[in-house]
Unconditional design. Sequence first.
Length: 174
Amino acid sequence: MEVIKAIAVALLLLLLGDFVATFAYHVPEHVFGKFHSIVHHSPQRSFVRYAIRHQKPIALIDGFLGAFPYFLFIPWLWGISNVGVTLGLGLAELHVIWRHQFSSSYKTPSIIQQICKCFCITTPERHWRHHQNANLAYGDIFTFYGKPAQVWLKNLRWLRKSVRRMGITRASGR
Ligand SMILES: [Zn+2]
Ligand SMILES: [Zn+2]
């Protein structure tokens, strides 16, 4: 029973974390933000290194906000299974490291590709597509967030355009 509870909590943490990270952080960052595109989509990817090198500690906030969705549900989930929370955070961290295997010599073994396809898990190859083109392949951990994320991206871009247009209309006194 405890094992099932731990697995369920770990899975819930990953599902909820990736959901909030995708829709409340990742997509809005690509529309309204700045540092995710500059830092995370660069070959270095380190917010700490960027903040030090460019003397912009504000970039650290973006880095923190990217991870925060995974911590958001800990107070609730910890009470159900602390082992599950630890497992979920460990898996999330391992997936971050794995999905950024961008070296040209890396190729996900076909058996793992099949497992990932079956469970809708993002592979490094898929995540690389997002790093190459920020319009594609959302869902850092789960691929099924990709399609709704693209709709969300379109809506937020429309919102940004409308707000800007309103600002221009007001400024010109029309
Ligand atoms: Zn990435
Ligand atoms: Zn991105």
